[in-house]
Design a protein. Structure first.
Lengths: 596, 576
């Protein structure tokens, strides 16, 4: 997954790796320069005299200085290139995710919290940082520095090189011992951490209930237990790997390597098998070999997290998008039966294999007519309604607009013809103006005001600090009923001939209910309407009522027809009427007086 | 960071932590000493003085062995200390969270808590073993080298010494540059977070208006800004980092030239000069490596600060000897309250809810209705005035006693992970199975259970089967029924439930309201009409109290409310 994700910046990353390899090579030069200087000094060391001034000393000095600055420049360049690549990649992946998410079936969002989406788009993409910006460079350094140093040292003296490698090998072996079974442990670690996270969510999110029912002690205990469990696991894991990882740390520590190298050197030099001068490159380069390795190994956890994040990003990107028609053929639903005609034809849909939410529904909405969907919760009303704006696509059958299968309509065209007003109103954190002209971003001020006036919200907007320029959430907060009216203004301005009202007659605050109702009456005039309704009395006068049960339309007709048929609708209506007139209030049957 | 960590520990663990710190300093010194011993070893080796050379090698090996032992010890202790830190964090957070006023828990905070106890705590737990040692050694070891250098050859030593302020200065500058860019970047990331959340939440609306794919300028602008701020931070950071690196590498340059010069002119022996140059490289290396540790240290410190911020939030005062409520009368006596100091929500609210009677609160949204219920259930304490239950100030009753007296049915219902029955049993932990079943039947939860695949054992809540809003409310009514508290606080649903759920909820609440003191935020005409007493709230103040008839006669806001409700109830989407 990760390789296909980073493809867009692959070229830049290769450049960064090249720069880093070069930097790692140049990094060795100052040490070698010191060794070379020692060689120049050698005759005078043996003779124990002050060396004569020759140009070569200074030349070596200047070479070292040059190398140091070249190294600095190369290091910074490599880091900068990789980090900028990472930054560009983050933006690229985020845009790709957002674009893709805009095309997946809406049902996908329904099964996830918005927090999960935020985590993938923001946190998971950020988690790629170490992998992209650091890990590749660390690997390069961890390869180039040891390989080149070892080659060089091997040429200088292969025996001392082998001796020097003893602690390194011990270190690597114990590292792999420490990492043995690590994958299983990591899984356990993740699970334990997830339990802890869940316990904290329960304590914190459910705190109202926890306190209200005196459950503070229990939730608190559950959290503590999860905490102690995790602490114990953490300690156990650390202890278990402690011996191996301590051996690793000690073996590759600078002191251990130095002690080994110098002891070996003492043996070889003391017995005359090696020139004392040849020890210098070892003293200078040996520590660099392990240093670069340690840095790489400390990054393994972050690399693991990066890979997991990449997997999650990949999962989201592989969610199948709703197909768009291949070419922008000039299809328009205004042909055939006309713009406002909708037909469901044997439509089937299921969220999962187990149960079908909509089974073989055929339903015609004639232009300018009002159709109400009623039925118990879970009967498929909302699912059926949401097939029309293509929040999901039918599994079988078709939904047609003006005779045309809506899957053949480019999305843009579809939304010019189908509008939607929701029960729970959501306003964007932007100006009131932009909120109203969401469906028609190019609408002029006059059109926006006209829509707001018709939706009974114009005066309220003018009362906000900056009128139509007020930012929702920052400058002003709208009550539920006010937000509802803004969303109606939005639909009015979009002016789609077909409109879906999902429970739009449920109002958040009673005092603006009348205003919302007035606004709705304005909105529905002259459009083809599909309404989901729970308050049955509001839909008494509609052209047809479709009663749904278990994904099917079981009755269809006008209020009077269905009542006289004496079927399911009439039972629903009677239950509803009883509820309304008899005991709409819970107080009615408690022995209180009902009419004072 | 060390100070913050110390504050976290109890006495015993604190001593262990101090021991660890001392051990880490020792590790650093011993590492420095091995480096220092390199000089005499190399110098004697180059001169061919093998006897002395072996003595020095022996000394170096001995110090290295001590170093290894100290390292092993500190690693072990580090794990212990890290685990201590974890347990201590969890214990303290758990204790503190359960004492915080409910008002503290807003969505922004609750979201960050779970991240804090998982990732944040792990960052801290790993610090003693994996972060503190590199950091301490990176400082102590070069310091040791420099001290010896000053003694052996003060002129090169002085060069090392002088490099310290330069490197520190470079680091200071770099930090300052990063901090400012960091703040801007943080803000831009928070903004992008909010926009992504909005994008996900508002997906239906965005789609219905064709704004989900192209033309989502708000989100795209936000992401672009975040990226630009990130890049700015990066460039600043890079500049600062190069300054620091250049300052350190400069030391090597100066040392090389000094060594050559001193050997040629100043009577420094060539072998010692070489050894000191090697030592200089050893001086610089840990300091360069230290730069890598900066971000990890910042991360751990940041987590510690956040945890401390939670632990420092003031808790609600609880009485040492809680009083008991004498009856179920609820009184608000001249109560003023605001969530923010400068924005009062309630101003001098007084009313009496008689024991066993129904008190309806009506008023436009934002008038403070919900706040009144929150104060009665002591989610917050009043700023001024007092809330009394059964003649006692809720502050003297304490949260526990208040909760024993009050049952709540609010609109948002939280379900815990567990079965349906588990979730009802929360109402009263020690209730018999029959009591639980009876409460469930009364709230008609049995109908829900029948429909679900696993019946009563169906798992709900986070990651469980989702219940509809109406079903959740039935469950919460069952909880309240089981709890059987004398005072019932009720927020009447505004969103329409489907007729089936609506009937069930109403019937259950009717049972619940029987013979209890009920305070209800009323939306339905019949509820208001039937109440013993109606409290009309407007902009945080009581405008009027009385019965329906009394209030209608007086006119005013209530009459207006009444006519609006009447009008709304007769509305049709389309007329015949």
């Amino acid at each position: 997954m990760i390789s296909s994700l980073i493809r867009p910046v692959q070229g830049r990353l290769t450049l960064a790796v090249g720069l880093m390899a070069l930097a790692s090579l140049v990094q060795l030069v100052p040490a070698l320069a010191i060794a070379e200087l020692a060689r120049e000094f050698a005759p005078s060391i043996v003779a124990e005299v002050t060396p004569d001034e020759t140009a070569s000393y200074w030349t070596i000095g200047w070479v070292a200085v040059g190398a140091i600055f070249a190294m600095l420049v190369l290091f910074m360049a490599a880091g900068l290139v990789s980090h900028l690549a990472d930054s560009a990649l983050s933006l690229h992946v985020r845009r790709r995710l957002v674009d893709h998410l805009g095309r997946v079936p809406l049902g996908w969002f329904g099964r996830r919290s918005s927090g999960t989406v935020r985590k993938v788009v923001q946190d998971d993409v950020s988690a790629l940082h170490h992998l992209v910006a650091h890990a590749t460079l660390d690997v390069t350094a961890a390869t180039v520095v040891p390989v080149v140093s070892l080659l060089y040292l091997f040429v200088v003296d292969w025996r001392l090189t082998l001796i020097m490698l003893i602690p390194v090998v011990i270190g690597l072996v114990s590292f792999s011992l420490a990492m043995r079974g690590a994958m299983a442990k990591y899984a356990e670690y993740d699970a334990s951490l997830a339990r802890l996270g869940a316990a904290s969510v329960e304590l914190v999110d459910g705190i109202t209930v926890v306190k209200a029912f005196g459950e503070t002690g229990r939730a608190h205990r559950a959290f503590r237990e999860a905490g102690e469990q995790f602490s114990a696991f953490f300690y156990g894991w650390m202890r278990q790997t402690a011996r191996a990882s301590v051996i690793f740390e000690v073996a590759i520590s600078p002191s251990a390597i130095l002690a080994t190298v110098l002891a070996g050197a003492g043996l070889l030099v003391g017995t005359g098998r090696m020139a004392a001068l040849d020890v210098l490159p070892f003293a200078l380069l040996a520590l660099g070999i392990t240093g670069s390795m340690v840095r790489f190994m400390y990054g393994t956890q972050q690399v693991r997290e990066g890979r997991q994040a990449a997997e999650r990003i990949g999962e989201v990107l592989s969610v199948k998008a709703l197909p768009e028609p291949a070419s922008e053929e000039a299809v328009s639903p205004t042909t055939g039966h006309g713009a406002g005609h909708v037909a469901y034809e044997q439509a089937e849909f299921s969220y999962n294999e187990a149960t079908k939410a909509v089974r073989g529904v055929s339903l015609e909405l004639r232009p300018g007519s009002v159709t109400a969907l009623v039925g118990p919760s879970g009967s498929g009303k909302s699912t059926l309604a949401r097939l029309l704006p293509r929040f999901d696509d039918v599994d079988a059958g078709a939904v047609r607009l003006g005779g045309l299968d809506i899957r053949r309509l480019p999305t843009r065209h579809l939304y010019e013809h189908v509008g939607f007003v929701f029960q729970d109103v959501a306003l964007l954190r932007t100006t009131v103006r932009d909120n109203i002209r969401l469906g028609r971003p190019d609408a002029g001020d006059e059109a926006v005001r006209a829509a707001a006036r018709a939706a009974q919200i114009h005066q309220r907007v003018l009362d906000t600090p900056r009128g139509y320029d007020s930012v929702v959430g920052d400058d002003t907060v709208f009550s539920g009923g006010e937000a509802q009216r803004i969303s109606i203004a939005r639909a009015l301005l979009a002016d789609a001939p077909v409109l879906v009202l999902d429970e739009a007659t449920a109002f958040a605050d009673p005092e603006s209910e009348a205003a919302v109702q007035e606004a709705l009456s304005q909105l529905v005039a002259g459009r083809t309407l599909l309404v989901i309704a729970h308050r049955l009395h509001t839909i008494k006068g509609v052209d047809q009522i479709a009663v749904m049960d278990s994904g099917r339309v079981v009755e269809l007709g006008t209020h009077e027809q269905l009542l006289s048929a004496g079927g399911r609708y009439s039972r629903l209506w009677n239950a509803y009427e009883n509820g309304r007139t008899g005991s709409e209030s819970f107080l009615a049957a408690t022995g209180e007086e009902t009419s004072r | 960071m060390i100070k913050l960590l110390t504050a976290l520990f109890e006495q015993g663990a604190r001593r262990r932590f101090r021991g660890l710190l001392a051990g880490l300093v020792l590790v650093g010194v011993l590492e420095g000493v091995t480096f220092v011993l390199l000089a005499p070893v190399l110098s004697t080796m180059l001169k061919g003085d093998h006897v002395r050379m072996w003595w020095w090698i022996g000394a170096l090996a001995l110090v290295a062995a001590l170093y290894g032992a100290a390292l092993a010890w500190t690693t072990h202790v580090g794990y212990r200390v890290g685990t201590n830190a974890l347990s201590s964090i969890y214990a303290k957070l758990g204790d503190h969270l359960s004492l915080l006023p409910l008002g503290w828990f807003n969505t922004e905070r609750t979201g960050s808590i779970s991240r804090l106890v998982t990732k944040g705590a792990v960052n801290i737990a790993g610090a003693p073993a994996h972060l503190l040692r590199p950091v301490v050694t990176a400082v102590v070891s070069p310091l040791t080298v420099m001290l010896f250098m000053l003694v052996i050859e003060w002129r090169i030593g002085l060069a090392l010494l002088l490099s310290a302020p330069v490197a520190l200065g470079a680091q200071r500058i770099s930090n300052a540059m990063i901090t400012r860019a960091d703040v801007a970047w943080d803000a831009s990331a928070a903004d992008a977070n909010a926009r992504v959340l909005e994008y996900a939440r508002m997906q239906p609306v965005l789609r219905a208006f064709g704004r989900h794919i192209d033309g989502n300028e708000l989100l795209d602008a936000s992401l672009t800004h975040e990226s630009a701020m990130g890049r700015r931070l990066l460039l600043r950071g890079a500049t600062g980092f190069s300054l620091y690196l250049a300052a350190l590498q400069g030391v090597i340059v100066v040392a090389i030239f000094l060594a050559i010069y001193l050997t040629l002119e100043g009577g420094l022996s060539a072998s010692l000069a070489i050894a000191l140059l090697v030592l200089t490289v050893r001086f610089v290396e840990p300091l360069v490596a230290a730069a890598d540790l900066g971000s990890a240290a910042r991360l751990a410190t940041e987590s510690l600060k956040r945890i401390n911020a939670v632990l420092d939030s003031p808790v609600m005062p609880e009485p040492s000897v809680p009083r008991r409520a004498k009856n179920s009368e609820v009184v608000l006596d001249d109560v003023s309250f605001g969530y923010d100091e400068d924005a009062p929500v309630l101003r001098g609210v007084s009313f009496r809810a008689p024991a066993g009677g129904v008190t309806a609160i009506v008023g436009p949204s934002g008038s403070g209705k919900s706040t009144v219920l929150r104060l009665i259930s002591r989610f917050y304490d009043a700023d001024d005035g007092a809330v009394l239950i059964g003649g006692e100030d809720v502050r003297n009753l304490g949260t526990g006693e208040v909760m024993r007296n009050v049952a709540m049915v609010f609109q948002d219902v939280y379900l815990f992970e567990g079965s349906i029955l588990d979730n009802i049993r929360i109402g009263r932990r020690d209730a018999s199975d029959e009591d639980v079943m009876e409460a469930a039947r009364t709230a008609r939860v049995d109908e829900i259970a029948e429909r679900l695949p696993d019946g009563w054992e169906t798992q709900v809540g986070e990651g469980g089967t989702a219940l509809s809003g109406g079903e959740r409310q039935r469950l919460s009514v069952a909880r309240a029924l089981l709890k059987n508290a004398p005072v019932l606080l009720l927020d009447e649903a505004t969103a329409a439930l489907d007729p089936e759920n609506e009937a069930a909820v109403h019937e259950a609440i009717r049972h619940l309201a029987h013979q209890r003191t009920v305070i209800v935020i009323a939306h339905r005409i019949n509820t208001v009409v039937a109440a013993d007493r109606i409290v009309v709230l407007d902009r945080g103040a009581v405008e009027d109290t009385g019965t329906h008839t009394e209030l209608l006669e007086r006119g005013g806001r209530y009459a207006e409310f009444w006519s609006q409700r009447q009008q709304a109830a007769g509305w049709r989407l389309v007329h015949d």
